[in-house]
Design a protein around this ligand. Structure first.
Ligand SMILES: C[S@@+](CC[C@H](N)C(=O)[O-])C[C@H]1O[C@@H](n2cnc3c(N)ncnc32)[C@H](O)[C@@H]1O
Length: 167
C-alpha cells in the first residue's frame, strides 16, 4: 500500500520516524496539502475510528502528518481531509513509550496496515527501528481484535473494553 507523509518540518530530524521511512524508500514525502486528497489520512483528531471496512476508502493510499505533537491539532485543523483515528494502542517508541494513542508516524502506519490486512508491510516498515517489533508485541491482542472487526462501530466497542481495563 502506498504511504505518503506530509511533513511540517517540526520534528527533531534525529528522532523523526517519518524521515527514516523516507530514507529507506518505505514512504514518500510531500509539503503540499493537496497531495493528501484522495487518500485516507491518519489523524488522532478524527471522530471516526479506522476499521477493516476502510479498505475500500484508502484510495491512492494512506497518509500521515509528520508534525510535532505540540502543534498537531493546529496542523490537522487547517484542512478538511478524509481522516480516521487509530483506536486504543500503546506506543513503543522511546519518546512516548507506554503512552496510549500518541504513536509515532511509523507506528501509526503499521497499526493501520495491520487493521487493513497488510501485516507483512507493517512488519517491513517497523523492521528499520530497533524497538519496532515491540510495538507489535505490546499491541498484539488489540490489533488482532481490531483487524477482525467488521466496522468502525465494532472497533470502538473493542476499544472501550481496553480503556475500561486501563483505568
Ligand atoms: C504527530 S506526528 C509525530 C511524529 C513523530 N515525531 C515521529 O517521529 O514519528 C505522528 C503522526 O502519526 C499519526 N498518528 C499518531 N497517532 C495516531 C492516532 N492515535 N490516530 C491516528 N493517527 C495517529 C498522525 O498522522 C500523526 O500526525
Amino acid at each position: 500500500m502506498d504511504l505518503l507523509i506530509y511533513t511540517a518540518d517540526q520534528c527533531d530530524p534525529k528522532r523523526c520516524t517519518g524521515r527514516k521511512m523516507v530514507r529507506f524508500g518505505l514512504a514518500r514525502t510531500t509539503k503540499r496539502y493537496n497531495r493528501l486528497r484522495g487518500r485516507l489520512v491518519l489523524s488522532p483528531f478524527s471522530e471516526r475510528a479506522l476499521s477493516p471496512a476502510d479498505r475500500s476508502e484508502v484510495g491512492r493510499g494512506l497518509a500521515a502528518l509528520d508534525c510535532s505533537w505540540a502543534h498537531a491539532e493546529e496542523v490537522f485543523g487547517t484542512v478538511r481531509l478524509k481522516a480516521r483515528a487509530l483506536p486504543f494502542l500503546v506506543a513503543a517508541n522511546p519518546v512516548n513509550f507506554g503512552k496510549p494513542f500518541k504513536l509515532s508516524t511509523v507506528e501509526a502506519f503499521a497499526a493501520a496496515l495491520v487493521i487493513l490486512g497488510e501485516r507483512p508491510q507493517a512488519e517491513e516498515i517497523l523492521a528499520k527501528f530497533s524497538w519496532g517489533h515491540v510495538f507489535l508485541e505490546l499491541n498484539q491482542e488489540p490489533l488482532a481484535e481490531y483487524a477482525a472487526a467488521r466496522d468502525s462501530r465494532e472497533v470502538v466497542a473493542i476499544q472501550a473494553e481496553y480503556l475500561s481495563q486501563d483505568i
